[in-house]
Ligand binder design. Structure first.
Ligand code: GDP
Ligand code: K
Ligand code: MG
Length: 271
């Protein structure tokens, strides 16, 4: 059986370098259907049964750019067996924002912390075990440029793909938001796949317009969901989308302060 691994990460995180390292010259290049965003896939060296799907470089899975929409449609609709999330280790706070979204998709994720050669050269330290515990997914240090750790990262992605486990969801949100999300999940009910409940409830909470098109909520559902969102907005005095964004950043700030030590300072500054 074919194993599909999606390669996802921010622009300039080293995606192309990693993709070339993993696939060699065994690549097919085209466009995503209907749009002029480049689509590249290739098979893993030595494994004809493993396809690596390169996704456009993105900072987020919001619906604001073509690249984001292409990536999220692929992840949500095609459901790859695993996501290999490449993260620039020299700019970890910013890169982990996308990671927090990928972890909610119900697809097993492996985080590859790239540019580890630069991280080491700078004298910075990343505690991979801590990062892995707090993200609740495997984390592997790599240098795509030097070909270090890349095989292990791909192997780990194959491993989690084979295990068919539902991706763990780290504790990003506070109690009030969590309770709103779980109430929204109840209203959505069996309409959504259990493994994707968190993804959809967050998107509904954020009032993501494209999710509306997909779920086609009934008037009854909308009348139940809107007060759930409004109540949180009133208490937190912020709009729902900003509430989610700022809780993601708080979560990342906390992780980074625990797991990343920049040379010459005891703690990494949070963002
Ligand atoms: P993409 O935009 O995510 O596809 O990133 P690229 O693969 O084009 O890489 C961006 C830049 O980072 C290029 O100049 C790469 O040579 C460099 N790069 C990628 N991986 C590494 C790495 O592990 N270490 C170092 N030092 N540079 C890297
Ligand atoms: K680039
Ligand atoms: Mg690239």
């Amino acid at each position: 059986m074919e194993i599909k691994i999606a390669l996802a990460g921010n622009p300039n995180s080293g995606k192309t370098t990693l993709f070339n390292n993993l696939t060699g010259s065994r690549q097919r290049v085209g466009n995503w259907p209907g749009v002029t965003v480049e689509k590249k896939e290739g098979s893993l060296k030595g494994r004809n049964d493993v396809t690596i799907q390169d996704l456009p470089g993105i900072y987020s899975l919001s619906p604001y750019s073509l690249e984001e929409v292409v990536s999220r449609n692929y992840l949500v609709n095609e459901k790859p067996d695993a996501i290999l999330n490449i993260v620039d280790g020299t700019n970890i706070e910013r890169n982990l924002y996308l990671t927090t979204q990928l972890l909610e998709l119900g697809i097993p994720v492996v985080v590859a912390v790239n540019m580890i050669d630069l991280v080491e050269r700078n004298g910075d330290k990343i505690d991979l075990d801590k990062l892995s515990k707090e993200l609740d997914c495997p984390v592997i240090a790599i240098s795509a440029l030097k070909g270090k750790g890349t095989k292990e990262a791909a192997q780990k992605a194959i491993e989690v793909a084979g295990s068919h486990q539902v991706a763990a969801i780290p504790s990003i949100y506070d109690k009030m938001v969590l309770s709103a999300l779980s109430n929204i999940e109840s209203v959505l009910g069996s309409q959504i796949d259990t493994s994707m409940a968190r993804w959809y409830s967050v998107k509904v909470f954020e009032r993501d317009e494209r999710i509306d098109e997909i779920l086609k909520l009934s008037a009854d559902q909308t009348s139940k969901i809107e007060p759930i969102i409004k109540k949180v907005e009133e208490v937190m005095d912020d709009d729902a989308e900003s509430i989610i964004t700022s809780q993601r950043y708080d979560f990342i700030g906390k992780i980074v302060s625990h797991a990343v030590k920049k040379k010459g300072s005891k703690h990494e500054l949070s963002i």
